[in-house]
Design a protein around this ligand. Structure first.
Ligand SMILES: NC(=O)c1ccc[n+]([C@@H]2O[C@H](COP(=O)([O-])OP(=O)(O)OC[C@H]3O[C@@H](n4cnc5c(N)ncnc54)[C@H](O)[C@@H]3O)[C@@H](O)[C@H]2O)c1
Length: 388
């Protein structure tokens, strides 16, 4: 069986879960990691039994043994390193976003096409049990034709848990670019391409204070808008709304609702307390048969919705133990089978255009047409990777 050697760039907060998960799959073999400095790279390499440690991204990218570069650096570095890896003839799987700007994203995808290389991109949470169950409900016609979608991704930011939260408030991040990709890729994978967006946005706090260790009490400047409300029109005629915010002191809104002619699917924020940025969780369904007419008394929230059994794997509801990296594993199978990968660069580029379009629309106070499109990823077989 053809196997792929993986080199990992950027070994910060998110790297351990990737490195632990990739060990479970024979098709990939992590052979090297790189940081900005050899000591950190050596430490990570010894922690995960990785044979080689490099002091810079350039050294890792030059390693002829590496087939796929896994880019886990911060968003501002994504484009430069994705381009360098492609130029060196490596396939790329990158953390989100694909690039900090649409222009950079286009360069990455054009280069990959020219070189005949694969580019895959996180988020891969839409391959998880929760969203694959939603996908099956839609594909099986359980909610009829999709009419619309609502998504609510609201919190008071990342300075509560992340050791270095500054980058979440810089260009290329913010609630739309940082956490929005989970919601937008979930929605795209379920409903398909978007053709127009419109939005309004604001920045409620110019300065944020770090609440987490080790930099507790330090402050930093906010460079991006942090409260955004947007509308989306899909190619299939559905319309949707997304509210993305780092300025909100909690909310009881569900994370995603998908409205169809015959029913509603809900991804709530109760069990687990989070949305499509996790792989698993409840899928709630309401149809004509169990519709609650408004004059009937409201019971405990969701108590009379159908709790749809989740039969797909990759269904963890934990932030720490999740299936991150499954998109890369699936891409390795796609390279081997010479077929389209599911967590595709094509979908990530469309997602980037949608996110940039939302921010542009808010700035210019005008509708923004989305020019790119993508092929909706095939559902992930329940027994992946046995079936692909
Ligand atoms: N932390 C999370 O909860 C989380 C969750 C999902 C996705 N992500 C995504 O994962 C990526 C990494 O996030 P993180 O939280 O691990 O960040 P982090 O700041 O903890 O780690 C990033 C690492 O990249 C390294 N790096 C940056 N530029 C580099 C360069 N030019 N060459 C080599 N190394 C470089 C940094 O030294 C650091 O070790 C981001 O794209 C983020 O959006 C993070």
């Amino acid at each position: 069986m053809e196997k792929f050697n993986v080199g990992v760039l950027g070994i910060g907060d998110i790297s351990d879960v990737y490195l632990s998960n990739l060990k479970k799959y024979d098709i990939v073999n992590v052979v090297a990691c790189a940081s900005r400095g050899i000591e950190k790279a050596k430490k990570k390499a010894s922690q995960h039994n990785i044979p080689k440690a490099y002091a810079s991204a350039a050294e890792l990218i030059a390693d002829p043994e590496i087939d796929i570069v896994l880019n886990l650096t911060t968003p501002a570095a994504h484009a430069e390193l994705n381009i360098a890896a492609l130029k060196a003839g490596k396939h790329v799987y990158t953390e989100k976003p694909l690039a900090a700007t649409l222009e950079e994203g286009k360069i990455i995808m054009a280069l990959a096409k020219e070189k005949g290389l694969y580019v895959g991109s996180a988020p891969d949470t839409f391959l998880g049990g929760r969203l694959q169950t939603c996908r099956k409900l839609i594909d099986d016609g359980v909610i009829g034709d999709v009419i619309g979608v609502s998504a609510f991704v609201v919190s008071h930011g990342h300075e509560w848990f992340h050791p270095n939260p500054d980058y979440f408030y810089k260009q290329g991040a913010g609630p739309i670019m940082d956490i929005g990709p989970y919601y937008i890729s979930a929605i795209l994978s379920l409903i398909g391409p978007i053709k127009t967006v419109s939005a309004m946005s604001k920045r409620s706090f110019d300065i944020r204070t770090i609440e987490s260790e080790p930099r507790k009490g330090q402050t930093f400047e906010v460079e991006v808008d942090t409260h955004i409300t947007a509308n989306m029109e899909f190619a299939n005629g559905a319309i949707g709304t997304i509210i993305a915010s780092f300025d909100v002191w909690d909310s009881e809104l569900p994370r995603i609702e998908i409205y169809g002619t015959k029913g509603t699917i809900c991804i709530d924020d109760i069990d687990p307390v989070d949305g499509p940025n996790l792989f698993g969780g409840k899928v709630l369904l309401r149809t004509r048969e169990n519709y609650r007419w408004t004059s009937l008394p409201r019971k405990k929230p969701y108590s009379d919705w159908i709790d749809v059994p989740v039969e797909h794997q990759f269904n963890s509801t934990s932030h720490a133990e999740n299936s991150r990296g499954i998109g890369l594993v699936e891409m390795a199978y796609a390279i081997r089978g010479k077929r389209q990968e599911r967590a595709s660069g094509e979908m990530a580029l469309h997602s980037l255009e949608v996110m940039e379009g939302i921010l542009k629309s808010a700035k210019e106070k005008a509708y923004c047409d989305i020019k790119s499109t993508f092929t909706r990823p095939e559902p992930l077989p329940v027994d992946f990777p046995k079936s692909e």
